[in-house]
Write a protein that binds this ligand. Structure first.
Ligand code: MRU
Length: 339
């Protein structure tokens, strides 16, 4: 199934619980805004484009669960639900984008029935478009890859970070579909290991050759000439920087040092050219993510911990941004991207 979807029989959100991968593949249901917020916070659903779909479906869920008897009361409830969903994770702009897009169509509704219908239609459209856009983006990105390339990636920008296909991994899938022999080096992506748990798993499911390394090995493999290109996803692209999983900036600097192209693959919904890097909140996560590995304690319990989930890579380190509207080489204007 898709990473996230709508169960039309129960009118619930359904999703693959990504915290259980690769050990267990389990579909879970979210029937309330509270359970959806918990799923987002705990990364059961994660990855910027998948969060866009979660935001959209969340507004529809709020409409379907509401007992409001007037249109005004329902709109107040949706507004509150939208704010709750958006506040779960601050960095990926797609989450608030998905919420706003679906809230927008509800304004045209004349009654409660229409709010439900319009919100669900729009949320489904976001999900469908995500798959189409990733396919288009994949095609543009594939043209940058040569037969025989080894691509290093960080975190998971695959089908599980999106509704399907993926951004960075979508480019690799598209290149392989064109018959190019592409191999992948996946960084494990501490502390929550989206690279080893999710990227390695989904590439192996698709029989795409993948080698797992720790994040700190990226300099070594690039210096050894083992990497031809780096492709990562993005959680937000401001005028001056690309926000992505912590560790991305380090890879970009090393790639530049070794003359290795560093590409970012992201749909247009990830762009936020209204802001600059310094204005964006980087999500800080719980110290326990560094003090424990699973249930095993791996640090003194009273040690001071700094645990940012994302970093910002200045545009000067980015070779190109691959979108569904084409490939853009910095510096570029937002009007060129949003055609
Ligand atoms: O904390 P996560 O797992 O949601 O972080 C995800 C990433 O950083 C991805 O690289 C990004 O969202 C792009 S997904 C296509």
């Amino acid at each position: 199934m898709r990473t996230i979807d709508w169960d039309s029989k129960k009118n619930n959100i359904i999703m693959i619980d990504q915290t259980l991968l690769p050990g267990d593949y389990k579909i879970i249901e979210c029937g309330t805004i509270e359970s959806l917020c918990e799923a987002i916070k705990s990364l059961r659903v994660r990855g910027a484009p998948a969060l866009g779909a979660a935001g959209g479906f969340g507004v529809a869920l709020a409409a379907y669960r509401s007992n409001a008897s007037t249109l005004d009361a329902l709109m107040d409830e949706l507004d509150k639900a939208g704010k709750n969903i958006t506040s779960t994770r601050p960095t990926a702009v797609n989450l608030s984008w998905g919420v706003k897009r679906v809230m927008g169509v509800t304004e045209d509704a004349n009654n409660i029935k229409e709010v439900k219908m319009f919100s669900l239609e729009e949320a489904k459209a976001i999900a469908d478009e995500d798959v189409e856009k990733n396919r288009e983006l994949g095609g543009y990105g594939a043209a940058l890859l040569e037969d025989g390339d080894t691509v290093m990636t960080h975190c998971n920008a695959g089908r599980l970070a999106c509704v399907d296909w993926g951004t960075a991994l979508g480019v690799i899938r598209s290149a392989r579909e064109e018959g190019k022999d592409i191999k992948v080096i996946a960084c494990e992506t501490r502390p929550l290991n989206q690279g080893s748990r999710i990227t390695a798993w989904e590439l192996m499911e698709d029989k795409i050759p993948v080698t797992l390394i720790t994040d700190s090995m990226s300099g070594h493999v690039m210096r050894k000439g083992m990497v031809d290109k780096v492709i990562v996803g993005a959680d937000r692209i401001t005028q001056d920087a690309v926000f992505n999983k912590i560790g991305t900036y380090t890879h970009s600097v090393i790639a530049k040092e070794h003359g290795i192209p560093f590409y970012v693959a992201a749909p247009v919904s990830t762009f936020d050219f209204e802001h600059l890097e310094d204005e964006i909140e980087i999500e800080l996560r719980k110290p326990d993510e560094l003090k424990y590995f699973g249930n095993r304690q791996i640090a003194p319990l009273d040690v001071e911990v700094y645990n940012p989930a994302f970093d910002a890579t200045p545009m000067e380190y980015v070779g190109a941004v691959i979108t569904e509207n084409g490939v853009f080489y910095p510096p570029f204007l937002i009007d060129e991207v949003r055609i």
